[in-house]
Design a protein around this ligand. Structure first.
Ligand SMILES: *[C@@H]1O[C@H](CO)[C@@H](O)[C@H](O)[C@H]1NC(C)=O
Ligand SMILES: *[C@@H]1O[C@H](CO)[C@@H](O)[C@H](O)[C@H]1NC(C)=O
Length: 243
């Protein structure tokens, strides 16, 4: 069978009519997920702040403990966008669903062998997209609070400073100094700091599970999981507003 130039152009042109999600589409959809995750992440951080307050002398208010969490919350804010864009787009939804510049057979419909980054495909695989956004958010919070990381070190230092700068602690130190032989105070402080570090670690280890709970549970990547971090109707409408 022979093709005229015109029919050849038509054959090539039809699939191209389905636009890949590129440029603004990538930026705005990534922003939509990052923005929608602001509330769940805030809820988790507020819970962490309250637990930290419980371990500190005289239990400072939310504003004070949220301030101790600034190393983590600031880093989250600055890293969330890039991490989310990479997790959604090149990692799973591949712009034009081409291999070596050629559409595989059957592409770019949503079920083609490469998952396309078209708006239709994002909607078609919404369960996967929802899971990617959740997993990325959880992984980022985990990474930022990994023991030994610089961000976690900063958090730990701020919490210990807050605990030790407190008048009650200073009073205890004076009591130890009066009542005990030299050497007991450093021992008391070391033991106390170890206890505080362990308590902080336990609280921070709860971040991932807390995010899962805030999102309504079921993070097996299947449909209907994470019902409170899904925003399915609004998101699908939004995604499909891109050409
Ligand atoms: C989630 O994002 C979509 C798209 O931007 C928006 O329409 C919706 O209101 C957002 N929902 C929440 C709860 O932030
Ligand atoms: C979850 O996110 C991490 C970090 O981005 C990634 O390495 C991992 O493959 C993701 N897991 C799934 C099941 O997508």
């Amino acid at each position: 069978m022979r093709f005229s130039i015109a029919s050849l152009i038509l054959l090539v042109a039809v699939p191209v009519a389905v636009s890949a999600c590129e440029g603004d589409c990538i930026v705005e959809i990534t922003n939509a997920f990052v923005t929608n995750y602001t509330n769940p992440v805030d809820l988790v951080m507020e819970s962490v702040a309250k637990q930290i307050s419980n371990m500190l002398p005289e239990h400072p208010g939310l504003a004070t403990t949220m301030d101790l969490l600034r190393p983590v919350t600031d880093a989250y804010k600055s890293d969330a966008y890039n991490g989310m864009e990479t997790a959604i787009f090149p990692s799973y939804f591949h712009g034009k669903c081409q291999r070596d510049g050629v559409d595989p057979p059957g592409c770019p419909n949503p079920d083609c062998p490469v998952v396309c980054g078209t708006p239709g495909s994002l909607v078609h695989f919404y369960g996967k997209l929802r899971y990617i956004a959740y997993n990325q958010t959880r992984q980022l919070l985990d990474t930022l609070t990994t023991p030994g990381s610089s961000i976690y070190g900063e958090l730990e230092r701020k919490v210990l400073d807050a605990a030790n700068a407190h008048a009650k602690t200073r009073r205890m130190i004076r009591i130890y100094q009066r009542a005990s032989p030299y050497g007991t105070v450093p021992l008391f402080l070391t033991k106390r700091n170890e206890d505080l570090k362990n308590q902080l670690r336990q609280i921070v280890d709860g971040i991932g599970p807390m995010l899962l709970e805030v999102c309504g549970g079921l993070d097996d990547g299947e449909t209907n999981g994470l019902p409170d971090c899904s925003w399915e109707g609004a998101m699908k409408d939004y995604i499909l507003s891109f050409p």
